[in-house]
Design a protein around this ligand. Structure first.
Ligand SMILES: [Zn+2]
Length: 450
């Protein structure tokens, strides 16, 4: 019988991580005879939620079992063991047998991607549909746990191989040769992405916290993720790795238009024309957008690098689609759109006007006021017939999509190399999709990718 388990919010600031719970649960399930035909899923949700855990990631395990209740008990006891409730984890788990009902889970997923979802609403929906669930802490994790069941393999998706550390190494610096990371990404271009930031010259695959994730490699297919991982160089002995199917790198959270008035923490897109562009503190750029006659303030933050540079090239009249999340307004500041990317639809002609040259002595003339002509302060000549000189300024931006530097992109941000390479059919499990010290000989079907 098909069984699904959605998990969320087992991590805290001090360690643990929801994907690690998946990595621990699968060997346990395999050892009790459960079988896997589908990749576990790593589901990212709205990155703009302030009370999220680090990456706002939920996990969905999808397997077959003759004894679903025993399998669910196994996962539940691991959840209790591994959730860092003392340090702020608010775990949630949802258990389903049979195919997950899209009617139930799809709306929760869609709302959790681009809005704010109340855990009480989710709990009510689950209860009234007799869906088994459990929570720890304040139970906020029920939202992601339920939402993870609404993400489908038929949605655009990518894969991530996540490698895990042995407990004794957690908290020590991760050492991966950045040169090898860059070479792996180059060799497997365009099927490996967001591993290396060429502009900053640094590797992006390893996190920095105390959690058990050693590194993650994002790719278009499981076998390419594994190949890239095999090209890396590191000395640490690892606990193993696992390949996830994921909504990462797909822009899934940006598919709906932002509603007016802007609602706090929502994500989506907005089209309009630029009214003004200006620099703020800390290297931020503020764009005032005219969206159907309504003025919408937008901000591109300094760390976004490439995106900040390009936003400085915008000028009044440029037509844009802005993608991002809404920062809550306060009494001092209105709600503002934090720009995650923008698409330039058309570039306005930017014209600079200069006072005319004096027809007598060629010095620059001064305006006498609107409609009163010009006077030359050099030779005193006056003229009403000369006009300001219009120069068309060369623009350093053209229609297209602009993204932050790779290091500043969200987990959900779709990298440029993926445009036109969307994937809506899952690959079959490949041999070695999970390697774990706790189960040495795992039998998984070894089929070649479709
Ligand atoms: Zn003159």
């Amino acid at each position: 019988m098909r069984c699904l388990v959605g998990l969320d919010d087992t991590d805290s600031r001090l360690g643990q991580c929801t994907t690690h719970l998946g990595f621990r649960a699968i060997p346990a399930l395999l050892s009790e005879g459960c079988t896997f035909r589908r990749y576990p899923r790593l589901v990212r949700l709205n990155p703009n939620i302030p009370f999220k855990t680090r990456g706002n990631a939920a996990v969905c395990l999808d397997f077959e079992s003759e004894r679903p209740d025993a399998a669910f008990e196994t996962v539940e006891s691991l959840l209790r063991e591994l959730s860092d409730v003392e340090n702020g984890a608010n775990s949630g788990a949802v258990f389903v047998t049979g195919d997950p009902e899209a009617r139930l889970f799809r709306p929760i997923y869609e709302r959790a991607l681009s809005g704010v979802v109340s855990p009480r609403w989710v709990s009510r929906v689950l209860k009234s549909n007799a869906v088994r669930s459990s929570t720890l802490g304040n139970g906020m994790g029920i939202v992601g746990a339920a939402a993870s069941l609404g993400f489908s393999e038929e949605d655009d998706h990518t894969y991530e191989l996540v490698a895990y550390r042995r407990p004794e190494n957690c908290g020590t610096p991760r050492v991966v040769d950045p040169e090898r990371v860059m070479r792996a990404e180059r060799a497997l271009f365009p099927y490996v992405f967001n591993s290396y930031d060429y502009g900053a010259g640094r590797s992006l695959i390893a996190p920095h916290g105390p959690d058990p994730v050693f590194a993650g490699v994002r790719a278009a297919s499981p076998s390419i993720a594994m190949k890239a991982f095999g090209m890396l160089s590191y000395e640490e002995k690892l606990a193993g790795h696992m390949v996830y199917l994921s909504n990462q790198c797909t822009d899934a959270h940006l598919s709906n238009p932002l509603r007016m008035p802007l609602s706090a923490y929502s994500a989506g897109w907005l089209s309009g024309s630029v009214r003004s562009v200006g620099d703020g503190d800390g290297g931020h750029v503020y764009i005032s957008l005219d969206a159907d006659g309504r003025e919408v303030p937008c901000a591109v933050y300094g760390p976004a690098g490439d995106l900040v540079r390009m936003s400085r090239q915008l000028a009044p009249g440029d037509r844009l689609i802005v993608f991002g999340g809404v920062r809550r307004g306060t009494h001092a500041h209105p709600a503002i759109v934090n720009v995650e990317k923008f698409e330039v639809l058309s570039v306005a002609e930017k014209v600079q006007y200069e006072n005319p040259a004096c027809p007598v002595c060629t010095r620059r003339m001064k305006s006498e006021g609107r409609g009163k002509g010009f006077q030359c302060h050099g030779c005193g000549a006056r003229s009403r017939s000369v006009r300001k000189k219009a120069t068309i300024i060369r623009r350093n931006i053209e229609p297209g999509v602009y993204l932050p530097s790779p290091g500043a992109q969200r987990h959900l941000t779709k990298p440029l190399v993926r445009y036109g390479r969307e994937r809506r059919v899952a690959y079959p499990l490949v041999e070695g999709w999970i390697v774990s010290e706790s189960v040495r000989a795992l039998r998984v079907p070894a089929k070649s990718p479709r």
